[in-house]
Design a protein around this ligand. Structure first.
Ligand code: AGP
Length: 606
């Protein structure tokens, strides 16, 4: 996620801004910039890459001043570059703006502004904001901002300056975090608390619709409609490390709890009138010639690809193969110009996956990628890219990236199904409605963490844990086993439930924990008979199923009822308790949850 810092007070603004941006580096970014108010107007400097490049610029140019805004950018629209970095200043540089979030209607706004003579210097959604301020300014900065945000759809945390009002900052928040730090005769604005802790622990956490006007006399907060508000000041007692994790003990659990928001952001701007709206150029004609899909990915991303296989074959009736990239690249794959290669990668830098992409493309495949990093190597090498909007994922164990990959796959499949005419608008509408409800269903599970903590207590001392399921529940088992083994170091394996009797059943003995997943009603009876098989050999069965999982209670030692959703969307809700279980087991075993032994967040070597 992008990082915002603003300052107005007696100190050197550039010093405060840089310090604040450094404290927000953990959020992940690909460029940075600042603006300060000077006698000659607003002075802006911004550079692609790490903060060090911005510092080099500030060492050779004058950025003195005691009012300013700063930004670290995590690219969502437009590749990492100097021009796409924030702050953005419009045509006349009368305004300077930093923003975190997604302006969903930015294309329409750009079109309207261009028709009024505005020229844009970046590919970003953010740049429409200073241009709108120029359009709306009639001598009152606050009014101009009120009129501007009234034209924005989407999520935004904004901090802005005006050359006409050099001793004023305006901050506004909707669906993207923003806080203010209150000091002695000075005010700070930031995306997150760590950026202000050096100077003050008195913090105001803005809520959606808050608009703050900061001057040398202090800060006043209003609703965006202009009603004055009285905001409570919170004394923050976190240490800095805790603050970077938003008060959570680890990045992984923070990212697990960010999943409702990550799903909302990934859906934002892509569903309209109960249908799907993806910015893809694949035509019906091209789709007609696609007779095969190959999914290429590694680890957790490959399991998202497996869910994709089930979905694409069900809705598009096109055969799909899923291969881990390290195998695909050397298997002399049967790929040609009638193949669609679907690449899934959080980092967009996994060496095997990138090599698999190039192998598929060299054989004529059309390449569509799903990735979380704008401008990543995989994104750049693809014909089409669908970005997940999970924000930076810091923990090695992938959670919110996986869930947003699933969301992207649902959107892609529905989009292609609509083009191909292989799914009715009614069915699309039904699934879109289900997708929109997922953030709340995920939240329902997050609220039940005590049940997962208890389950973790039951299995934390075991040497072996088995996960079983059929169909998409087998895929969920694979992801659940990977989550558990990579952060708890317990030997965890997933098996197609019907496969146990072909050998693995020999490993089941008294007390062996088996996590049985059953969300698909047409497979329920078969899964129950597999549960009976392991129970008969002494297994301790933890079942994961929908609330109405009739027949499972009798056979399970413990049962976690999933909040009901459409069965086709079950992979999204099923993985949440599995992530939490793995997390709490790892914590119980005293492991380094965020940085497990032997592993890297992005495997950029073969
Ligand atoms: C998942 O928890 C692991 N961190 C790992 O399996 C990961 O999913 C895999 O390395 C792929 O990474 P990518 O999505 O960045 O390509």
């Amino acid at each position: 996620m992008c990082g915002i810092v603003g300052y107005l007070g007696p100190r050197s603004a550039q010093e405060v801004l840089l310090q604040g941006l450094e404290k927000l580096e953990y959020r992940g970014y690909d460029s940075a910039g600042i603006s300060v108010a000077q006698a000659a107007g607003l002075k802006t400097g911004k550079k692609k890459g790490r903060l060090v490049h911005l510092k080099e610029l500030m060492a050779v140019e004058d950025f003195s001043g005691t009012a300013g805004i700063g930004h670290t950018r995590w690219a969502t629209h437009g590749k990492p570059s100097d021009d796409n970095s924030h702050p953005h200043c419009g045509n006349t540089s009368r305004f300077s703006v930093v923003h975190n979030g997604i302006i969903e209607n930015y294309q329409d706004l750009r079109k309207m502004l261009k028709e009024r003579g505005h020229a844009f210097s970046s590919e970003t959604d953010t740049e429409v904001i200073p241009h709108l301020l120029e359009e709306n300014y009639r001598g009152d900065f606050k009014q101009a901002m009120q009129d501007t945000v009234a034209q924005l759809d989407g999520a935004y945390a904004i901090c802005a300056m005006s050359a006409e009002d050099p001793d004023t900052l305006i901050a506004v928040r909707k669906d993207s975090p923003l806080v203010a730090g209150i000091g002695q005769d000075e005010c700070f604005v930031a995306s997150d608390i760590p950026a202000v802790l050096k100077y003050t622990r008195d913090v105001i956490v803005f809520e959606d619709g808050d608009l703050a006007v900061i001057t040398r006399d202090g800060m006043q907060v209003f609703t965006v409609e202009g009603e004055p508000l009285d905001k409570p000041v919170t004394k923050v007692d976190w240490d800095l490390e805790a603050a970077e994790k938003g008060g959570f003990p680890h990045f992984m659990i923070k990212e697990i709890f960010e999943q409702p928001e990550a799903v909302r952001k990934t859906l934002a701007g892509r569903i309209e009138n109960n249908s799907v709206k993806l910015d893809l150029s694949i035509t019906a004609e091209e789709l007609k010639n696609i007779n095969k899909v190959v999914v290429i990915a590694c680890g957790t991303a490959s399991y998202a690809g497996r869910v994709g296989r089930t979905l694409i074959e069900k809705i598009l009736r096109i055969p799909v193969s899923v291969d881990v990239a390290s195998e695909f690249r050397y298997m002399d794959p049967i790929v040609d110009e009638n193949t669609l290669a679907l690449i899934v990668s959080q980092s967009g830098e996994t060496a095997d996956t990138l090599a698999g992409l190039k192998e598929a493309r060299s054989r004529g495949a059309k390449v569509v990628s799903i990735t979380n990093v704008v401008g990543s190597s995989i994104a750049r090498e693809s014909d089409e890219v669908i970005y997940t909007q999970a924000g930076p994922e810091i923990a090695v164990a992938s959670t919110k990236a996986y869930v947003t990959q699933l969301i992207a796959i649902y959107l892609l499949t529905l989009h292609l199904g609509r083009i191909k005419g292989s799914i009715s608008d009614e069915k699309i509408g039904e699934m879109v409605q289900g997708l929109k409800e997922l953030p709340d269903r995920i939240q329902d599970i997050l609220a039940r963490k005590d049940e997962l903590i208890a389950m973790a207590e039951d299995i934390k001392d075991n040497e072996h844990v088995f996960f079983i399921g059929r169909g998409v529940d087998f895929t969920a088992s694979l992801e659940g086993a990977l989550k558990l083994k990579e952060i708890s170091y317990i030997h965890a394996e997933a098996y197609a439930a019907g496969e146990l009797k072909h050998g693995t059943l020999a490993l089941i003995e008294e007390g062996t924990p088996v996590i049985a997943i059953s969300t698909q009603s047409h497979l329920r009876e078969k899964t129950i008979s597999n549960i009976k098989e392991v129970k008969a050999r002494g297994a301790k069965v933890f079942s994961l199923c929908f609330h109405d999982c009739e027949g499972m209670e009798l056979e399970s030692d413990s049962l976690f009822g999933l909040p009901s959703t459409q069965e086709v969307l079950a992979p999204v809700v099923t993985v949440i308790p599995l992530q939490m279980l793995a997390y709490y087991v790892s914590v119980a075993r005293g492991n380094d949850v965020d940085k497990p032994r032997n592993l890297a967040k992005s495997v950029t070597v073969e």
